[in-house]
Design a protein around this ligand. Structure first.
Ligand code: KIV
Ligand code: ZN
Length: 516
């Protein structure tokens, strides 16, 4: 019989530690709901003590997302454990995930503790956590650079103290598949009470080996794999869930592993996470990259046309990649549009459908054929559902090689119009400057990305901006056939997010409400 592997998703915790990523509660909830739909066993929803925002997000996931275990990370410190428990206690199935470093290098330079002190703390804190919760995961941070004998000892003692899962993190992405496999085997053979718990692994990708290391661990007895969507995470990221799952499925003949991931939700989940985090997936990324199922060379195209399996080891349908059909045009009615939304897997409220339909009609007037990718881009532009304090009414930009770029924007706030103009180094800079004058505060633009949603000169342009304000980062997205309009919408989207998170203190001056 196939062995069952539990999937522990840490996109909302380790994934959120990706530089530049800052998700708000609504966005975290949206991702958590999608992870539950995808079928993960455990969602690590955050590090509750890290900030009030993290605490609220973990609590919201615990209280609202059903059918999964919800975990919060906590150091092996009483106040961390108290806070984590407060956040997860209302989950259908709560878990506390406590950790302490165990390698010589961390003990000496970070913790300034001896092995005996670390052991004592780990045992005491597992016992402390056990007062609250039955499901306790213990992680030995930097396990792969820890003396194996110490690792065996600490695992044995925390299991005696009540841990139900022991996690073996390759914190700095240092190990190799064979070495990691042997370490897991060593744990199985040298920890006398190991049969009482699940062995988990948590691999980082610094040497590009996170997935290979996780699979090697699984072959040697690990039954829980910690991973993230799109491989997000600290530095080079964590093991990518989609790669692990499709590896297991495609090589079922070799691994003989079962899990409960619905692979047809992979593409949707990857899109949602890249949209909300603003971290684009590289085109050649395995499974979810734009080129993962594209066949460029003539020989390959010919082979795939006569028999797909010549060059395709898995099908695009298996990850839920929509066929890019192009059948909707300006004569398509609302019913056909709604049907297509359903086929694409969206379940939207009547208001959302209406707004998407209006945008579709507008696009269909300007573009001959509207494809599935266009529809996705239109719908996902609004995926974060941020409150639009400022709404774009209109804008005008003039620019040229011998002109100073000038922009004028007209924004709606409540029932007022705010009109401002500014110059800049190019049309986009001018447009962003005029928006800042209109809203009454400035932001730092950290990055700006523009990509075409489909091929063709009439393609939609999708702009993602990352801006920062008061040390916080915000992502904004905008879609339009006009790339300046897409840029303006993206900037405004980031501004509205910043306002909803920072509140009124964000304003340097009150926006000028006098102009009608
Ligand atoms: O990488 C790591 O060691 C971690 C632990 C806290 C599990 O993220
Ligand atoms: Zn980690």
């Amino acid at each position: 019989m196939a062995k069952y592997i539990k999937i522990f998703d840490t996109t909302l915790r380790d994934g959120e530690q990706t530089p530049g990523v800052n998700l708000n509660i609504r966005e975290k909830l949206e991702i958590a709901r999608q992870l539950a739909r995808l079928g993960v066993d455990i969602i690590e929803a955050g590090f509750a003590i890290a900030s009030p925002g993290d605490f609220e997000a973990v609590k919201a996931v615990a209280e609202n997302v059903k059918g999964v275990t919800v975990a919060s990370l906590c150091r092996a410190v009483e106040k961390d454990i108290d806070r984590a428990w407060e956040a997860v206690k209302n989950a259908e199935s709560p878990r506390l995930h406590t950790f302490i470093a165990t390698s010589d290098i961390h003990l000496k330079y970070k913790l300034k503790m001896t092995e005996e002190e670390v052991l004592e703390r780990a045992v005491a804190m597992v016992k402390y956590a056990k007062k609250y919760c039955n499901d306790i995961e213990f992680s030995a941070e930097d396990a792969t650079r820890t003396r194996p004998e110490f690792l065996y000892r600490i695992f044995e003692e925390v299991i005696n103290a009540g841990a139900t899962v022991i996690n073996v993190p390759d914190t700095v992405g240092y190990t190799t598949p064979k070495e990691f496999g042997s370490l897991i085997k060593g744990i199985r053979e040298n920890v006398s009470n190991i049969h009482k718990v699940d062995i988990s692994v948590h691999c980082h990708n610094d040497l590009g080996l996170a997935v290979a290391n996780s699979l090697a661990a699984m072959e040697n007895g690990a039954v829980q794999i910690e991973c993230t969507i799109n491989g997000l995470g600290e530095r080079a990221g964590n093991a990518s869930m989609e790669e692990i799952i499709m590896g297991i499925n495609t090589r079922k003949d070799y691994y003989n592993i079962s899990h409960k991931i619905d692979t047809t939700q992979i593409y949707r989940t990857s899109k949602l996470v890249s949209g909300l985090t603003g971290i684009n997936v590289q085109p050649n990324k395995a499974i979810v990259g734009a080129n993962a199922f594209a066949h460029e060379s003539g020989i390959h195209q010919h082979g795939v046309l006569s028999e797909r399996s010549t060059y395709e080891i898995m099908t695009p349908e298996s990850i839920g990649l929509p066929q890019n059909r192009m059948v909707l045009g300006k004569l398509s009615g609302r019913h056909a549009f709604e049907e297509r939304l359903k086929e694409l897997g969206y379940s939207l409220s009547p208001d959302e459908i209406q707004s998407a339909f209006e945008k579709f009609k507008d696009l269909a007037d300007r573009k001959k054929v509207v494809s599935d990718r266009d529809i996705e881009a239109l719908v996902e532009e609004k995926v974060s559902k941020v409150i639009e304090v400022f709404e774009l009414d209109s804008f005008q930009v003039s620019s040229g090689n011998k002109l100073v770029s000038t922009a004028m924007v007209c924004l709606k706030k409540d029932d007022r119009m705010i009109v401002e103009a500014a110059t800049g180094d190019g049309p986009i800079d001018a447009a962003f400057n005029s928006i800042e004058r209109a809203v009454g505060f400035t932001m730092t633009l950290e990055s700006y990305d523009l990509k075409a949603v489909t091929e063709g000169k009439d393609a939609l342009g999708e702009v993602t901006v990352r801006v920062s304000k008061d040390g916080k980062t915000f992502i904004g997205r905008g879609v339009s056939m006009d790339i300046i309009e897409a840029s303006v919408k993206a900037y405004l989207n980031a501004i509205n997010r910043a306002i909803s998170e920072i509140g009124d203190e964000i304003f340097d001056s009150k926006p000028d409400m006098a102009l009608q």
